[in-house]
Design a protein around this ligand. Sequence first.
Ligand SMILES: Nc1nc2c(c(=O)[nH]1)N[C@H]1C(S)=C(S)[C@@H](COP(=O)(O)O)O[C@H]1N2
Ligand SMILES: [Mo]
Length: 197
Amino acid sequence: MKVSSKTGFIVVIAVICIGVIGTLATIVNTHPSGSPAETIDWNLTLIGNQGNEKVLTFDELKELSSYEGYGGFFSTVGMKYGPFECKGVSMEDLCMLVGGIEPSDTLWVSAPDGYLMVFTYDQVQGDIITYDPATLREIPHTDLKMILMYEQDGALIPGDDGRPLRIAIVSSNDGFVTEGHYWVKWVNKIEIRTPDR
Ligand SMILES: Nc1nc2c(c(=O)[nH]1)N[C@H]1C(S)=C(S)[C@@H](COP(=O)(O)O)O[C@H]1N2
Ligand SMILES: [Mo]
């Protein structure tokens, strides 16, 4: 029948239109995973060497002056990762927020999975051994900096790699790697400890 085939045609077109609009709406609404626009619910607790505490949200951390550099690491089994473009806040700046770090202090960086790294004052200042990415032989370095990274290669750090905050050892050049155990993932607590306390 002529009328019903025309009606059928209109129904088919309508269904296609709804499908196309729906698909476009889904694409517009979905941020690519790791997009910096994503909201991150995360608190970082800083504890100064007097026991003073300061809690920063992920958003507050991103408001602080940032530091960018290249850094890569190798894991216990010798696998090499990076170098990445790392953006974050310098550890010295973070320490300053709770009164600074003294040469005799140590820095205790930990994560909810129970992982903990203790850094010396010198390590916080960037005195960390660097290795040739190809041979893993020790090489000299100049401008190393320890940062708390919140962006890796221009996006949020991937979940398994420490989202949203990870320690990174960076420099203005990308020709080196450092030991992976320094690169604490999922950092939520940084404590400055004085030996006398
Ligand atoms: N929170 C947390 N960070 C961590 C670890 C961990 O177990 N927990 N392992 C460390 C070690 S020993 C290495 S070699 C690297 C491994 O990094 P990857 O898991 O991104 O490969 O992360 C470091 N950071
Ligand atoms: Mo490791």
